[in-house]
Ligand binder design. Structure first.
Ligand code: MN
Length: 376
């Protein structure tokens, strides 16, 4: 068993012994729990554990910010983690509020930079590559905040580990960080526009630490293939696999990225009624609507589609007007749909470089300013 496998097994076993520790420091990925979030959490927690001088007092745990029944849809992450998948810790496996009340909790955020709950006050370190949400960070120690718009959060984790003289990057650690960097940059595809010089540079430095040189284009293709494997997935599964939420005072939107190469058009083609969409919304904190994004990578030129569905017709017009504004630069072209439903829309998104990372801040602004039209 490799060192990180042993650590993950140990970390999980310690869930039964939390009382023995003075401090529990968790490394928490984001709610979508995608490949870079998961690997960042596991590898960074392992790193912190390895360099910790008092491991009998301080326990470092990677925690996945999702539920096991949603994570089962993440075929690419499950494949990549191999046997380590059985030693993952999910958010339901640990009572963070209880630890917080006892004054024993510290949170390191990777691949996101704030929490909606009171637990945001427990954040002691942030490593992220998303655009910062206004007033969302409470942490005052700027030396503990590393936020840069690189392609993959694993690039930033890699950079941290490479800079440490107290930690040895093994073949396995280098490999684990490499997979998400390839995946998130679409194998450094120029037309996808995700790669920054730092992604390339960290990838190359990690490459020198790899004693078993696998074919990275094979690795990338397999990750994409697994991410696009929708065998047995229902419409609700397709929407649930990779979902984030945008919450404003008067509206809540789910924002779903479909599995690789599964288009919004294909999903809409599967709908006979709106029942699946309505059930999906009620399972996601009674969201008022869902924005659905897709990415096709089959050709050299990535293609994106955007769709949305609103539970109430009166919410449709403001979303529709907002999302198509030219200043947002999504370059949307509306497409017809095979079902007669005025609360559902489909667009080709001609700006193929705008991924959810760019679209989420736009929707956050929308949700913040949104006032229901029929309010009196
Ligand atoms: Mn990420």
């Amino acid at each position: 068993m490799t060192d990180i496998s042993k650590y993950l097994q140990y970390a999980k076993s310690q869930l039964a012994n939390l009382d023995q520790y003075r401090l529990i420091r968790i490394v928490l990925g984001n709610e979508a729990c995608d490949l870079d979030s998961t690997i960042s959490a596991c590898v960074y927690a392992y790193f912190l554990h390895s360099i910790c001088e008092t491991p009998n007092e301080i326990l470092h745990l990677p925690v996945l910010n999702t539920h096991a029944f949603v994570f089962r849809l993440r075929h690419e992450v499950l494949w990549f983690l191999e046997e380590n998948r059985s030693n993952l810790i999910f958010i339901d496996d640990i009572n963070l509020n209880d630890l917080s009340e006892k004054g024993k909790l510290e949170i390191v955020l990777v691949d996101h930079h704030s929490l909606h709950s009171k637990l945001n006050e427990e954040v002691v370190e942030i490593i992220d590559h998303h655009q910062v949400k206004e007033n969302s960070i409470i942490l005052k120690d700027y030396s503990k905040i590393k936020i840069e718009p690189v392609g993959s959060c694993c690039t930033l984790i890699g950079e941290k580990l490479l800079a440490s003289n107290r930690f040895q990057i093994t073949n396995e650690i280098a490999y684990l960080l490499t997979g998400p960097i390839l995946f998130d940059t679409l194998n450094f595809s120029p037309s996808a526009g995700k790669t920054t010089p730092k992604d390339k540079q960290v990838y190359e430095q990690l490459f020198t630490r790899r004693t078993i040189r696998t074919d990275d284009s094979d690795l990338y293709k397999t990750l994409r293939k697994c991410a696009g494997d929708t065998t047995g997935m229902s419409v609700q599964d397709l929407l649930q696999k990779d979902v984030k939420q945008v919450v404003g005072p008067n509206i809540r939107l789910a924002v779903s990225s479909l599995p690789s190469d599964y288009t919004v058009e294909k999903l809409i083609g599967q709908l006979h009624t709106m029942k699946d969409l309505d059930e999906f919304l009620s399972n996601n904190d009674n969201a008022d609507g869902v924005v659905i994004l897709s990415l096709e990578t089959n050709d050299d030129q990535p293609k994106r589609q955007l769709g949305f569905y609103a539970k109430k017709f009166e919410n449709m017009l403001p979303i529709n007007e907002y999302i198509q504004r030219s200043e947002h630069n999504l370059d949307l072209r509306e497409r017809g749909i095979p079902i007669n439903q005025a609360r559902l829309k489909l667009f080709e998104q001609n700006n193929a470089q705008a991924s959810r990372k760019q679209i989420l801040p736009l929707l956050e602004q929308f949700a913040k300013d949104f006032v229901p039209q029929n309010s009196s």
